[in-house]
Structure formats: structure tokens, C-alpha cells
Design a protein around this ligand. Structure first.
Ligand SMILES: Cc1cc2nc3c(=O)[nH]c(=O)nc-3n(C[C@H](O)[C@H](O)[C@H](O)COP(=O)(O)O)c2cc1C
Ligand SMILES: Nc1ncnc2c1ncn2[C@@H]1O[C@H](COP(=O)(O)OP(=O)(O)OP(=O)(O)O)[C@@H](O)[C@H]1O
Length: 401
């Protein structure tokens, strides 16, 4: 199978590890659910293009293991039910790439002309669908690749084989496997939304002409992948600009008008096995410096719960303090929740990963399981890097609001 061969022949150890883990997730899903009850959510974007080829590789390996490898070399396609939410605001290049790819790989396509939630409700009513492959990436090594749809959504399992892939991983895969991708990426688009909210990424602007853009794979800092997306507007008045009657605030008034909310994340708080002392102490401190704390909430270790709470608080308060759920465990999902609330992606700190790989030597591949093998001093260092959520929140606030 050409995808598998290309990755195996590559000298990029990190890519091979990411690929093996992702294909394993695909194979697990094919083993767990009846094939006709699995769907693939495909939109012609780079992440879903990666996913398509991982599905082909996973399906090939799954089928060859179930029939003893006989004649399976001929399987090039993965006839998985494919769903595309086609929007009138989609780029024509995205539409044509999607339809061309569907035809090249013989994917049975179901086009849906409504929003995700109601489209999925209709889909599940029309045909039993237990699991849906999605090309979401959140760059969080602790994230769950199998995650049930959120409360309030129709019930299915979201299967996210590339959840922990970085921007660089996506491009190493597409370029190593030499597969076709949508032409917009060669024109400087790095993440594609609708025609109304997406432009080429200015960081790829060709400085000599100022007119053309370099290809998406040349973006060196994957954290800026969404720089070509117009930011969601924050309807809350900027506290440093004007007061409610339109006049400029004095410095003192600005401080007094600040409001905050405090979110503590942790199942143990909700189970009542641990008492939260930090929240109360923080409220006291804030009150002492003239801030109004409008809300103190405890939420469970779930990305969507954290995201919903942050979303709610950030639209009403000037500052949101959040703590808990920041360690290296699977249950530590706060960073992913904050990122989701801001509509941004967590990106692995590739500079730090490189530093780690120099410390550990050639054996480091970026696999999260290797964390357990790290010498104590480095684990501690890593811990320090992951701990200061207030700083991370600050970073998210400063850069994305
Ligand atoms: C097949 C599919 C399933 C989804 N399931 C959920 C879900 O269970 N809960 C949720 O909050 N959003 C769900 N979404 C919405 C996505 O999380 C996300 O908001 C959407 O892909 C837009 O992402 P973007 O802002 O990166 O373009 C789903 C989307 C798709 C295509
Ligand atoms: N309109 C859609 N139809 C079907 N699936 C979709 C649609 N929009 C998003 N998805 C699913 O959600 C995943 C994540 O979407 P996202 O926009 O983050 O990535 P992408 O479109 O693949 O790449 P890019 O970030 O470059 O736009 C997709 O890979 C796909 O599985």
C-alpha cells in the first residue's frame, strides 16, 4: 500500500510514530463498529485529506489481517460512507477538490446542506451511524481519540485519529506521501474556513513582490496556522477604551470596573473528595484590590464542559481565572478546553520538543508514552512548562481576543 510504504521509507521518526498511532486508532474503530455504521467527515481541507489517506491505510491493514493478506495488495480505496457539509460560502477550489477526491478514491458521498448539528441529526435518523471519523487536531498529547459527541448533540462516537498531530506533522505526511491536496494551500492559505473569513496567511507573503504568497507548508510556526482566519469579534467593550456612556475612563475607573470569574476544574472537587481552598483565596484577593468576582464555578474534567464555562465567562467578565486539570495526565484537559472556547488550536511547542529531543538523544520521537521514560529532572522541567495556565490564558487572551 503506497501510503504505508512511503511513511515506512521516511527517515522522519516522529512522523512514523504519529502515523502508527493514528492508523492504530483507525484499525480499532474498524474492529469496533460495523463498517456500514461508520462515516468519514470530509471537507477537502488538509487535515481531512491526511485522514482520508490514513483511513485507506488503516482499512487496507484491517482487511488484509482479516483475510490473511491474500490479494489485498489490490485494495487502494476505502469505501467508507463519506459526509460533506457543503456550504454556499465554501471556496470553489475546496468544493472541486472534494468532489474530485471523492471520485478518485470511490468514496460513497452523502452531501448535507445544513449546519453540523441538524445535519448529523438527520443523518442518524436516516441511517444508523455509530462512529464518525473527524480530522480535528488540537495538538494536545493527552486528548482522547475516541470521544462521544457532546451533550445535546446526536449520539455517536467521534473518532479523531490525528488529534495530537501538529501543523508540521500534517505537512510532513502530505509531502512524504506525495498526495494531492487542495490548490489553495499552495497559494498561502494555511487553514480554510469560508470565503468570507479566510485570506492567505500574511506570514507567507512574498516580501520581494508583496503580492504572491508562499505555500502553506513553508509556514514555520504552526501556532500561526489560523492567522489567515478573521478573528471572531468580541462584543464585550474593551475595558481600556470607553465607558458605557461613551466617554474615556480614567485609570482608577477602569480598575474599579474590572470583573472576574473563577473556574476550578476537577472531578475530585465535584465528588467532594477534595476541598477547593484556592478559589476562595483568589476571590478574597481580587475583592481586596477592587475587582468584582461575578462567578465562581467548579466543572468536571471534560473539554466541552471547560470550553462552555470559559465561553460563558469570557463574554461577561474582563478576566477569567482558571485552575486545575493542568498536569500531564489524560484527565488534564483544561488547556484543550480553553483553546476550544477561543476557537484556536493548541499547538505543540516544537522548539521545546526539539530541546527535549536534544536532552534525551536520538530515542525521542515525540510519543507521549515516552514521558514515562524521561529522567526525573526533565519530567520536572516539562511539568514547569505545562503548569502556568494563567500565563497560557494570558497568551490566549492577548493573542486571540
Ligand atoms: C462530524 C462532526 C461532528 C461534530 N461533533 C461535535 C460535537 O459533538 N460537539 C461539538 O461541540 N461540536 C461538534 N462538531 C463541530 C466541531 O467541533 C467544530 O466546531 C467545527 O468542526 C468547526 O471547526 P473550525 O472552527 O475549526 O472550523 C462536529 C463537527 C463535525 C463535522
Ligand atoms: N464542511 C465539512 N464537512 C465535513 N466535514 C467537516 C466539515 N468541516 C469540518 N469537518 C471535519 O472537521 C475536521 C476539522 O476541520 P478543520 O477545518 O479544522 O480542518 P480541515 O478543514 O481538514 O483543514 P484546515 O484547518 O486547513 O481548514 C475536518 O478534517 C473534517 O473531518
Amino acid at each position: 500500500m503506497e501510503i504505508d510504504q512511503a511513511v515506512r521509507a521516511s527517515s522522519d521518526r516522529r512522523l512514523r510514530t504519529k502515523y502508527d498511532n493514528a492508523v492504530y486508532v483507525v484499525q480499532r474503530a474498524f474492529a469496533l463498529y460495523p463498517f456500514e455504521e461508520v462515516a468519514f467527515s470530509f471537507n477537502g481541507g488538509k487535515d481531512s485529506t491526511v485522514l482520508l489517506h490514513l483511513l485507506r491505510a488503516g482499512y487496507y491493514l484491517h482487511e488484509s489481517s482479516s483475510v490473511g493478506g491474500v490479494e489485498m495488495n489490490t485494495i487502494q480505496n476505502c469505501p467508507v460512507r463519506t459526509i460533506y457539509f457543503e456550504s454556499p460560502c465554501a471556496f470553489p477550489e475546496i468544493n472541486s477538490f472534494t468532489y474530485e477526491t471523492v471520485s478518485t478514491y470511490g468514496l460513497p458521498l452523502e452531501t448535507i446542506h445544513s449546519d453540523f448539528k441538524s445535519g448529523l441529526e438527520g443523518l442518524l435518523k436516516a441511517r444508523p451511524t455509530k462512529a464518525i471519523f473527524i480530522g480535528t487536531r488540537i495538538g494536545d498529547p493527552n486528548a482522547e481519540q475516541f470521544s462521544p459527541s457532546s451533550p445535546g448533540w446526536p449520539p455517536f462516537m467521534r473518532v479523531n485519529p490525528i488529534l495530537d498531530w501538529s501543523y508540521r506533522d500534517v505537512w510532513s505526511f502530505l509531502l512524504t506521501c506525495k498526495v494531492k491536496y487542495c490548490s489553495l494551500y499552495d497559494q498561502g492559505y494555511t487553514s480554510i474556513g469560508s470565503i468570507y473569513d479566510t485570506v492567505p496567511n500574511a506570514l507567507l507573503s512574498d516580501s520581494s513582490t508583496g503580492k504572491s504568497f508562499r505555500p502553506a507548508y513553508m509556514l514555520s510556526d504552526g501556532r500561526l496556522e489560523r492567522a489567515g482566519r478573521t478573528k471572531k469579534t468580541n462584543h464585550k467593550t474593551d475595558i481600556t477604551s470607553v465607558s458605557s456612556n461613551g466617554t474615556n475612563n480614567t485609570e482608577a475607573e477602569k480598575v474599579i470596573s474590572c470583573s472576574a470569574s473563577v473556574i476550578v476544574v476537577g472531578d475530585e472537587i465535584l465528588f467532594g473528595t477534595v476541598k477547593d481552598k484556592f478559589g476562595a483565596a483568589l476571590c478574597k484577593k481580587l475583592h481586596a484590590i477592587g475587582w468584582r468576582v461575578s462567578h465562581l464555578a467548579a466543572v468536571c474534567n471534560e473539554i466541552d464542559s471547560v470550553a462552555e464555562e470559559v465561553e460563558r465567562c469570557k463574554s461577561t467578565d474582563d478576566m477569567v481565572f482558571l485552575f486545575g486539570g493542568l498536569g500531564p495526565l489524560h484527565s488534564d484537559i483544561s488547556l484543550a478546553g480553553v483553546a476550544k472556547a477561543f476557537g484556536v488550536r493548541l499547538a505543540p511547542d516544537e522548539e521545546f520538543e526539539e530541546y527535549l529531543s536534544q536532552l534525551i538523544g536520538d530515542n525521542y520521537t515525540g510519543d507521549r508514552n515516552e514521558m514515562a521514560l524521561l529522567p526525573e529532572g526533565i519530567t520536572e522541567l516539562l511539568h514547569h512548562k505545562m503548569l502556568p495556565l494563567p500565563l497560557v490564558c494570558y497568551f490566549v487572551l492577548v493573542h486571540f481576543v
